[in-house]
Design a protein around this ligand. Structure first.
Ligand code: OGA
Ligand code: NI
Length: 337
């Protein structure tokens, strides 16, 4: 097992030069910009919520949602169970550890999108989590409450994601069920990210700048800061809001909406004081889904938008994404017309 995994809490200096990211990728010495991220109350009237989601989605590409219907208890229990998982003894965690990038359910460190051998200050427990009855056999058995807590969390969390997709469709004139079926019917993947306290936060990153590969992401970020979003050439902090999900769009949503909603780059910074655990839920298309700009949103006549992306199967997307990396620019190069 990786050195970092077994002795993370005892590091006083970076254990390996590969954790030092080049100066241009480092967190800024001064605090990040403070553009505020909209917090949208999903219990407001539907037309108000739709307008807010549309505005935030088109401008920043990131927003937070509260009063979303996932019980507070389910969220708190999930945070606690995930933190407990990472507190297990190294021997217990070793059973899940794997460096095989083709394996869905596994515990690993850093990320599979390593740039020039750089390493990142992060562990990740990655699981397929939905539908529950088809995936739960692969979930960790320790800590003992983990499976039950995960089930109580993922079912309503996925529903929030599906509801947001509906609102987005309504807002841009797609039929509300556009994303039902294959486009959202692939694996729902969960990344439980864990960033131990880091001895040198100014020279390391927890996660490098990347865009998500899926349709829509819901992130439970906990109470410790660390997520930053690219906005107009700067990195802005996403302040934790109790009980909120941070929502962002993956490449598949950008491409199907012909660029109306952008998949925005984000990264995670580390800190020296406290461990941070976040839970990202990714709604994905099936591997055989054909992805491309929705016909309703493109046209060739005057005044209409020509398609900005070519069509492909999600399987093809994933194989290219794995080789070109997760930066926005490289994915655009591969799929933009
Ligand atoms: C991710 C991600 C951010 C965070 O898992 O894709 O962007 O704050 N996580 O952990
Ligand atoms: Ni991400």
């Amino acid at each position: 097992m990786e050195n970092l995994l077994s002795s993370a809490s005892s590091h006083r200096t970076l254990p390996d030069g590969r954790f030092v990211v080049p100066p241009e990728h480092r967190p800024p010495a001064s605090p990040a910009g403070a553009a505020s991220m909209p917090v949208i109350d999903l219990s407001l009237p539907r037309d108000v919520v739709r307008a807010a989601v549309l505005d935030a989605g088109k401008d920043l590409g990131f927003f937070q949602v509260v009063n979303h219907g996932v019980p507070e208890r389910a969220m708190r229990d999930m945070e606690a169970a995930c933190a407990d998982f990472f507190r297990l003894r190294a021997e217990d965690k070793a059973a899940y550890y794997s460096e095989d990038t083709d394996r869905t359910n596994r515990l690993f460190s850093s990320t599979m999108y390593e740039v020039a051998g750089e390493r990142y200050w992060r562990y990740c427990l990655r699981l397929a989590v939905f539908p529950v009855d088809r995936t739960e056999d692969g979930w960790p058995e320790k800590p003992p409450q983990f499976r039950e807590v995960l089930e109580r969390f993922i079912v309503p969390t996925r529903s929030v994601g599906m509801e947001l997709l509906k609102l987005l469709c309504e807002g841009i004139g797609l039929r509300p069920d556009y994303f039902d079926g294959d486009l959202s019917g692939g694996e729902v993947i969960m990344n439980v990210n864990h960033y131990p306290p880091c001895p040198d936060p100014s020279r390391t990153l927890g996660l490098p700048p990347h865009c998500d590969r899926n349709l829509i992401t819901l992130l439970l970020q906990g109470s410790v800061c660390g997520l930053q979003v690219a906005y107009r050439g700067r990195w802005i902090d996403v302040d934790p809001v109790p009980g909120a999900f941070v929502v962002n769009f993956g490449h598949q949503l950008e491409i199907t909406t012909n660029g109306l909603f952008k998949s925005v780059e984000h990264r995670a910074v580390t800190n020296a004081a406290a461990a941070r655990t976040s839970v990202a839920t990714f709604i994905m298309p099936t591997m055989d889904s054909v992805i491309g700009p929705a016909e309703e949103l493109v046209g060739t006549g005057e005044g209409s938008d020509p398609p900005r992306y070519r069509s492909f199967t999600f399987r093809e997307f994933m194989s290219i994404y794995k080789t070109v990396g997760a930066r926005r620019e490289s994915v655009e190069k591969a799929f933009k017309i």
